[in-house]
Design a protein around this ligand. Structure first.
Ligand SMILES: [Fe+2]
Length: 270
């Protein structure tokens, strides 16, 4: 994809500040539909007593992992034409000819509980101060994000700091991103950030998509947790994003390279 949709000013802002906000990316009708699907999915998982939230973080909240195998309609967000050029600009920067492949490493829906303390500032990249983004997060806001709903806090420019934020420290440079439903916050995974405390018991659904360089591990193996039925509906680009073109071969008898070309993508998973 050519970067025809983003301006030099947007690139400079993202490079310097580590984030960028896009407003009015989707319509009200789309927002309502996506929220309905998230709530239905959550209710279904709850009824079936599926482990929707492992509790590893000790907090019960609405969390739906691997959205692509819950409802097919979420998948189109991955290649949204407003967002993807910016993702592509950042995630390919510094790769060979700025053209290397990238994948989706996490695809999650989340609505935090009221009054849960704000998150510790952290980096998602597990590597602070990298010269180029290792991963970029697209946070789709399906409700208004503000002080009452626990909007994301971040420290602008902190993606360039070669260190982790101090535990429990309040940085005076921290800001909270207030934005209307339908906005998308893009941020470098090396940026210091954390969820805010939700002060009122209001819906605050967000869809979190993490895009990563192709050689990083996915949070879940989408090449294994995608059904053949869904696989058959995917475009080449979506298959690439799911990681199907960068599965390491079992050994050298299979092939000698990790990356495969689109024509070598599996026709079926069966
Ligand atoms: Fe995070």
């Amino acid at each position: 994809m050519d970067n025809f949709c983003i301006t030099d000013d947007q690139k400079i802002f993202f490079d310097d500040q580590g984030y960028l906000l896009f407003e009015d990316v989707i319509s009200n009708e789309e927002i309502i539909l996506l929220k309905k699907k998230l709530n239905n999915t959550y209710d279904k998982l709850k009824i079936n007593n599926k482990n929707i939230y492992s509790g590893e973080l000790g907090v019960n909240e609405k969390l739906i992992l691997n959205l692509h195998n819950k409802d097919k309609s979420f998948i189109k967000l991955l290649t949204n034409e407003t967002i993807l050029p910016m993702i592509e600009y950042g995630i390919q920067k510094g790769s060979y000819k700025n053209k290397e492949k990238y994948i989706v490493s996490q695809f999650t829906g989340r609505d935090p509980n009221v009054n849960v303390p704000e998150q510790q500032l952290h980096v998602d990249s597990r590597f602070p101060g990298a010269p180029f983004p290792l991963s970029i997060i697209a946070l789709w806001m399906l409700d208004d994000f503000n002080k009452n709903t626990g909007a994301t806090r971040l420290v602008p420019g902190s993606h360039l700091f070669p260190e982790y934020p101090k535990d429990g420290h309040k940085y005076k440079e921290e800001i909270q991103i207030n934005a209307k439903a339908g906005s998308v916050l893009i941020y470098n995974a090396g940026l210091w950030h954390g969820g805010g405390k939700k002060l009122k018991d209001l819906s605050r659904w967000g869809i979190i998509i993490t895009y990563s360089r192709w050689f990083l591990k996915q949070a879940f193996d989408m090449t294994k947790n995608t059904s053949d039925e869904i696989y058959q509906t995917l475009t080449e680009k979506e298959k690439e994003l799911f990681g199907f073109s960068s599965v390491p071969p079992h050994d050298e008898n299979v092939r000698a390279k990790t990356i495969i070309s689109p024509e070598n993508l599996p026709k079926s998973l069966k």
